[in-house]
Design a protein around this ligand. Structure first.
Ligand code: ADP
Ligand code: MG
Length: 244
């Protein structure tokens, strides 16, 4: 079976220190996969490499059969891969709706969305995407006034609005309490019905709620892969990740 996204034996060497060390991962079309691992395991580096911020020293990233590992980040985003960063990055003085409208401008003519308002053709899409992330009632609120959780959901919505086929979420529940984490799990499961999703997290209660296959990383390498129960039962995982 050929994967939609194929991380093929990627090494990222920072002057002798390997943040990724021959790491491979396949994402099938429509799959949701969770990558877990202790701090410093290389999870964010994996995202950075897929999206073109970091170049592999060895190995390649293939998307729909094409080697994308030498492409720029904008070129990779244009091919349909989009990433949400660990820290939320919305424009605080713009309304929730305008943030979404900017993300939806795939032609990148952002100033048009701002100076002429949201084009009619885009308005329904923006409203629908706000609704998908549970922010319809907040459309007119400046994004800076949202709660931390709402900002994260807005950003997930902005990733959706780019119409990306593959969505990378780096710790979407960072800084969230249990109720917000539950809502985020529900949102990610919903995204998984229409997109291919790679989620990075280390919050076990969140990972449990996603009910998705899990890949465990440690020191830039693949440690285990399977269901959450399977990787939990793995002795190596218990030793290095769960600390017993
Ligand atoms: P994670 O997201 O799993 O916590 P990271 O991918 O952020 O891990 O980092 C993996 C390792 O690579 C860490 O030890 C980190 O200090 C190191 N690292 C990340 N970026 C750089 C860099 N630009 N130069 C040197 N080391 C780096
Ligand atoms: Mg990280």
């Amino acid at each position: 079976m050929s994967a939609l996204l194929h991380v093929d034996a990627v090494t990222v060497d920072y002057g002798g220190f390997k943040a990724l060390d021959g790491f491979s991962l396949d994402l099938a079309q429509g799959e949701t996969r969770v990558v877990i691992g202790p701090n410093g395991a290389g999870k964010s580096t994996l995202c950075d490499t897929i999206i073109g911020r970091v170049r592999p020293t060895h190995g390649a990233i293939r998307f729909m059969g094409e080697d994308i590992s030498r492409l720029s980040e904008p070129a990779i985003v244009a091919r349909g891969i989009c990433r949400k960063f660990q820290a939320p990055g919305v424009l605080p003085s713009l309304t929730v709706q305008d943030n979404m409208a900017l993300a939806a401008r795939t032609d990148r003519r952002w100033w048009k969305a701002l100076s002429h308002g949201i084009p009619a053709a885009e308005r329904a899409f923006v409203a629908e995407t706000l609704d998908r992330v549970g922010l319809a009632a907040r459309a007119g609120t400046p994004a800076g006034e949202l709660s931390h959780g709402e900002k994260q959901w807005l950003e997930i919505g902005m990733v959706l609005a780019t119409r990306a086929q593959v969505i990378l979420l780096d710790e979407p529940t960072a800084g969230m309490g249990p109720a917000e984490t539950r809502a985020t799990a529900e949102l990610v499961r919903e995204l998984g019905t229409s997109r291919t999703v790679l989620v990075i997290d280390h919050d076990m209660s969140f990972v449990e709620q996603l009910e998705a296959p899990v890949t465990v990383m440690h020191q830039g390498r693949l440690l285990a892969s399977g269901t959450l129960d399977e990787v939990r039962a793995d002795r190596e995982v218990a030793a290095v990740y769960l600390g017993h």
